[in-house]
Ligand binder design. Structure first.
Ligand code: AMP
Ligand code: MG
Length: 318
């Protein structure tokens, strides 16, 4: 691995150089808004496309977020059975595929465990083992019945709930990019936190994406040049708590009921679509580096950059 402090310096310089040369090239428009529980950044060659993209992201949020009380996901979590629209049906079908290919490491039925650990992170207090055991009985995509013909989804156990936090943002990026493309826009970058799609290029140069260092906010681990590609990063540094010298992150291993302990601290996936990049980056966190890489190889045109704690430490002393 190479030290990236110099590249960081370059990256700071490059946008400056681009913005100078942009005077003679096409202008770009940028807007940041808050949705899906995070900051969304859109940069486009076409101002109207920015409105189109934000409207689409909000449409998806209103369907798929469990924090929106009348979303389809909230209704399904309350009733245990629902006739759903094409978006939720598609996302759950893909979630089932990742559940199968990951041998259960990726599982959107982790909802009850996510709620327990969210509270633990907020209050900085470990949950009771008894509560984790109870929640684990409600986890398992094998207890979800999807009827594609009837467009219905049903839980086989009362109290189950789904959480699309590991796949929904990627899906929202894909939906927004599709709308922007349909609008005729050729160049646009949509970033919902770490879930990003780079449409086309920026005035003939690839989009530049930096991967944040998981321990030093101001440094980069890597820098990527991308065109017509999705990239997602999952890290253990944004939502987590340290209790008794141990770090507990927001990504749960459904097989133990505890936050993933795979030693991966940053996982970046490059893929043709952002839903897959999003789901795979989270899955790698649970599977660990070796099995995670094997899973990524199974998917076409997909690559991963995976860093463990030891590798990041070695990289810092390089
Ligand atoms: P991400 O930030 O994309 O890695 O997704 C993390 C979010 O996905 C968490 O905040 C939970 O909402 C959800 N989640 C946690 N663990 C899992 C898992 N093993 N499979 C699927 N979703 C998960
Ligand atoms: Mg994800």
């Amino acid at each position: 691995m190479r030290p990236l402090k110099n590249i960081l310096f370059l990256l700071i310089l490059i946008p400056f150089l681009i913005s100078i040369s942009a005077c003679s090239k096409n202008p770009y428009y940028k807007r940041n808004e808050f949705a899906l529980g995070t900051v969304i950044q859109i940069t486009c060659s076409d101002q109207r496309a920015i409105d189109i993209a934000f409207n689409e992201i909000k449409r998806v949020e209103n369907l798929l977020s469990k924090y929106v009380s009348d979303s389809e996901v909230s209704k399904l979590n309350t009733s245990g059975k629902l006739k759903v629209g094409p978006d939720l049906l598609y996302v759950l079908t893909k979630a089932k595929e990742f559940y199968i290919t990951s041998n259960g490491a990726f599982d959107v039925t982790v909802g009850p465990l996510v709620d327990i650990w969210k509270k633990a992170i907020k209050n900085k207090v470990l949950p009771q083992e008894e509560d984790i055991k109870k929640a684990m009985q409600l986890v398992g995509f094998d207890k979800v019945v999807i009827d594609e013909k009837e467009s219905t989804v049903a839980f086989l156990k009362e109290g189950m709930s789904i959480d699309l936090g590991a796949i929904g943002k990627g899906y929202a990026v894909d939906c927004a990019i599709k709308k922007v493309r349909d609008n005729g826009t050729k160049s646009c970058l949509i970033a919902i936190a770490g879930d990003i799609y780079c449409l086309g290029n920026k005035n003939g140069e690839p989009w530049q994406i930096g991967i944040q260092h998981p321990r030093n906010k101001k440094d980069l681990l890597d820098a990527l040049n991308l065109e017509n590609q999705a990239v997602s990063t999952s890290g253990d540094y944004q939502q987590m708590v340290i209790i008794g010298n141990k770090r507990y992150s927001h990504i749960i291993d459904p097989r133990t009921g505890f936050p993933s302990d795979s030693k991966v601290i940053s996982a970046t996936v490059l893929a043709p679509d952002c839903l897959s990049a999003d789901a795979l980056a989270t899955t790698i966190f649970v599977l660990g580096k070796t099995k995670g890489m094997d899973l990524v190889k199974y998917y076409k045109n997909t690559k991963a950059l995976i860093y463990t704690e030891d590798e990041v430490n070695a990289f810092d002393t390089f």
